[in-house]
Design a protein around this ligand. Sequence first.
Ligand code: SF4
Length: 239
Amino acid sequence: MNGPESLRQASQNTADNTASQVATGLAKLALVFRHEAWQATGEHGLTPTQAQILAVVAGAASPIGLSGVAEQLAITAGTASAAVSTLVEKRLVAKKRSKEDARAIQLTLTAKGKRIAASAAEWPETVLAAAACLPDREQAGLVRGLMALIRELQERGSVPTARMCVGCRYFRPNEYPGEAKSHHCAYIDAPIGDSDLRVDCAEMEPASADLAPRLWTLLIDGKRPEPSGSRDAAVSSGA
Ligand code: SF4
């Protein structure tokens, strides 16, 4: 059913309607990303998956193997294996045996692979320019909203790994109440604001199972992790 009646019915259930509008908006953005990704990676003769693998290997905080790549990109081991084989043939990725476990294969980038990974990791200019046009408050709100959505998807098992502030042992939400930069990142030992929150930070280290769920609640409740004055509380309990 289309027209005013369907719009009226949809507006009667605001929660469902808003959720579907969010999903529709994200789907439109995904189309833009897919289009831009094919254009950018096509210049190098790569598929978007192959380019994403280069970016994942380049951004890995520790040596990564096939299963790690598959997990981060939420693709099957077979898909990851086929894409990596192609990247090895193109001399963009090399395989080597782990020093700790001779049965484990680790992936590294060749010099050419590193160059392409750097450009693959760049976000499409059109999307960046559009995001940069938003007022600071809207950008910060968007970051928090995206964090909430990614976290929810992660809890439902749809997002494999998320290197976000709200799961990081270095994150201290609401450390400076009332300030523009109200949180603290112990990794850089500096205040950070909502617009500085990261949804994919290479320096992120997971907080303990006890602290991780509390960080999110504390962030949205505007509270600090531990009794006031204890700046090391989050880190000490998350270590
Ligand atoms: S290290 Fe990265 S993820 Fe952790 S609090 Fe700092 S900015 Fe956030």
